[in-house]
Design a protein around this ligand. Structure first.
Ligand SMILES: Nc1ncnc2c1ncn2[C@@H]1O[C@H](COP(=O)(O)OP(=O)(O)OP(=O)(O)O)[C@@H](O)[C@H]1O
Length: 263
């Protein structure tokens, strides 16, 4: 049974090549994590004190401003980032889907890329061979699948990547929005497959700025702000609270940055 347990987790990014003196004088913008500075190295506190328990069947939407910590949290939940402090325990096979285009090899064919991506997402060669006809039909790429990926347009690459992702059977599916470069009719077609994918995944965490897609795929929500979990509960309540706050945030002026440490 898939599960994720996170206890008091922090993720910090020390920025070794920044000048802490000028950072201290800066103001904090409306978006982004909190920048702390000590005597030597400024630190972006991307996640702060995250405690979270997810189990099989959970379908969780992640919402928040740009830079609120959603992608960092998804990477923590995937086991890609270790917490700087605290703990994260992940039970089950994770299929992380962050940037659809990344990890495709331009020099090998579409078919070969399908196999490689499938293996990366936790499928076996046999499973991928069984799915290849379905992927070919869905992507409508036809003979292009025999050609090297460098001959594809951006939209064709995304079609291929969505085709692969939506055929897998994930225990834990960690999904970051990014349908980007494809045309509207393909998005509508991809959406049905995404909904099916979400339904058959054991546990889903999905970060997106598109409310109706979140409503279609998820039942609960987490609202992130400045690296903290502001709210975790029923999706409708989380979205209503987030939208309410976002509106008043639009009038918010930048505030002075809090400086951690001296020097
Ligand atoms: N590798 C990194 N090095 C330094 N800082 C980082 C790194 N990755 C993320 N951050 C910082 O951590 C904070 C959270 O970033 P994250 O990408 O998790 O936000 P997000 O909520 O996914 O944003 P968006 O909606 O814009 O994708 C931001 O302040 C960002 O600048």
């Amino acid at each position: 049974m898939a599960s994720i347990e996170v206890q008091g987790a922090y993720v910090d990014f020390p920025i070794f090549d920044a000048k802490s003196r000028s950072l201290k004088k800066q103001v904090l913008g409306k978006v982004g994590g909190k920048i702390g500075t000590d005597a030597r190295v400024p630190i972006v506190e991307a996640l702060r004190d995250i405690t979270l328990s997810l189990k099989e069947g959970d379908r969780v939407a992640l919402v928040g401003h740009n830079g609120a910590g959603k992608s960092t949290l998804l990477r923590l939940l995937s086991g890609i980032y270790e917490p700087t402090r605290g703990s994260a325990r992940i039970v089950g096979r994770v299929s992380p889907v962050f940037d659809l285009g990344i990890g495709l090899d331009p020099e090998v064919s579409g078919y070969e890329n399908v196999m490689i991506r499938g293996l990366f997402l936790g499928m076996s060669r046999r499973q991928m061979r069984q799915r290849i006809d379905d992927i070919a039909e869905f992507t409508e790429l036809g003979d292009y699948l025999e050609l090297p990926l460098r001959t594809y347009s951006a939209g064709m690459r995304v079609r291929l990547a969505i085709g692969v992702v939506t055929t897998i059977d994930p225990e834990i599916l960690i999904l970051d929005e990014g349908l980007g470069a494809v045309d509207a009719s393909f998005i509508a077609k991809a959406r049905r497959r995404l909904v099916d994918l979400a339904r058959r995944s054991g546990l889903l965490v999905f970060a997106s700025h598109v409310d109706d897609l979140l409503r279609e795929l998820c039942t609960t929500g987490i609202w992130m702000d400045e690296g903290r979990m502001i709210m975790h509960g029923a999706l409708d309540e989380v979205l209503a609270a987030y939208k309410g706050r976002s509106r008043s945030d639009d009038d918010r002026k930048p505030v002075e940055a809090t400086v951690v440490g001296g020097g």
